[in-house]
Design a protein. Structure first.
Length: 277
């Protein structure tokens, strides 16, 4: 089964000043933000979606999350876990999504919560724990099991206000894990982390990869760890190339999408930029 199965998708935003009818107004303009998107990600596989800032990565992520929608003026295919129609709550059970927006929202609006409460809130996809929410003993047990599995018991009673960036991000992964999703989608997951925290966070992702697909959305080559076997390159609002990691992560391809001549090297199954020429 495909986690993501997209064919022939364009996405456009209306670019208008005030109210105008697209059929009646000759000044109507359509801003195409994604074009000819064809992407298939099989269940159990691990991917990185790599591209420069402004390339279309964030819009592709919004397309996956149904925050933006395909243009309907041509035939297309858009399925998640084999479903053409699904609710946002269904989507969250299939996909554990951790974005910087979610991280910042918790930081700004839930500083009073403990790590345990952050994870528990995942059952209702809420920012906070409320009196009308009922939790069963089995749900409480699952939260404790997830916290133990991810080795973050030291964060169980720690308040969000006192957590580091990496600590909160780990709690958000645990929050998604309580649904046992088929895949985790992580947007720039190591942004704001120091070198030690980055290394620890990647170790956590490796652990998750034994039970679920990992899909990284990033512009950092260093985030692509060994288990990631497939790469999609985004360039100029479309998919430039997609396939096996060793075939895609070449100096030629990355020089093209980052519009800078660079030399890419591989060491111990990890890729890095050796030189900017």
């Amino acid at each position: 089964m495909y986690i993501i199965d997209f064919e022939n998708i364009d996405v456009a935003y209306d670019n208008i000043d005030g109210y105008k009818d697209r059929e009646l107004d000759s000044n109507y303009k359509e801003n195409v933000v994604l074009k000819d998107i064809n992407l298939k990600i099989e269940e159990g596989s691990h991917w990185a979606i790599l591209g420069a800032n402004g390339s279309g990565k964030s819009t592709l992520l919004k397309l996956i999350l149904s925050e933006v929608h395909p243009k309907v003026d041509k035939e297309f295919k858009k399925e998640i876990m084999g479903l053409k129609r699904y609710s946002i709550f269904e989507l969250k059970k299939y996909l554990g999504v951790i974005t910087n927006d979610l991280h910042n929202y918790f930081l700004q609006n839930a500083a009073y919560m403990s790590g345990f409460e952050v994870v528990l809130s995942g059952y209702y996809s809420s920012i906070g724990i409320f009196t009308h929410q009922d939790f069963t003993p089995l749900q409480i047990k699952k939260v404790l099991e997830v916290i133990d599995f991810l080795e973050i018991t030291n964060l169980k009673d720690k308040k969000v206000a006192h957590m580091s960036t990496g600590e909160l991000r780990k709690c958000l992964i645990a929050r998604a894990l309580i649904h046992s999703p088929k895949a985790f989608i992580l947007d720039e997951p190591t942004v704001g982390l120091d070198i030690k925290s980055q290394n620890n966070f990647i170790k956590m992702l490796k652990k998750l990869s034994s039970n679920a697909s990992i899909i990284l959305v990033t512009h950092h080559l260093e985030e692509i760890f060994e288990e990631i076997g497939n790469i999609t390159l985004i360039y100029n609002k479309t998919i430039y190339k997609s396939g096996k990691k060793d075939e895609i992560l070449t100096s030629e391809n990355l020089s093209e999408i980052f519009e800078t001549k660079i030399s890419v090297k591989k060491k111990n199954e990890r890729y890095f930029i050796e030189e900017i020429l």
